[in-house]
Structure formats: C-alpha cells, structure tokens
Design a protein around this ligand. Sequence first.
Ligand SMILES: [Zn+2]
Length: 108
Amino acid sequence: MNFKIDHQKMQVLQNILKCPHCNISWDGGEIYKHFEHLREIGDEYYRDKTDEELVETADNYGWSKTNPIHFRKNIIGIEIQGEYDGILYWECSSCKSRWHRFTGQKIK
Ligand SMILES: [Zn+2]
C-alpha cells in the first residue's frame, strides 16, 4: 500500500481531544492520572503501587512525562483486511467521520 506518512498530522490526530467534525469529546482522561485515581480510591490492584510503578503502567499505554497523552473514547480504530495489518482509519463513533491513521486525511 502506498501512502506518504504525515507525522505531523498523525500526531495532531492522536492528541486531539474532541472530534473536529461533530465536537463530541474524545478525551478519556490523562493516562497517568487514571491510574493515580485508581490508587487514590484504593483499587485492589493499584492501592500499593509507587509513583514509579504507575509511571511504568502508564508507559505501557504510550504515556510519558514529556508526552502525557490521554485515553480516548468515542473513537474507534478501523482495520481493513487485505489492505493493511493493523488500524488504518480512526472513526468517530458519534458522527462516523473517518480519518486515515497515517496521513491524517479526513476520508469520510
Ligand atoms: Zn464526530
């Protein structure tokens, strides 16, 4: 498959917190804060974790102190079998708009 990867647009789409088309929130909360919250409320699995352990957990989801990304909601990854092995498009579950994962182009 041929497409030019636009890293800048890709980055924008990954970090955007609401749908540019219908404005529904895509923000599921900052990843580290999610685990910190679980520790605060005494979650069985997280209550005894150290800050370092929470950073490690968040890191598994692509979060870092320099790139404090958020969980996403109301957006799903679309795979097209036979075209690309993995997510190729992001789709807003509210308005069904789609963007190409690598070029950032809105395609629907
Ligand atoms: Zn939308």
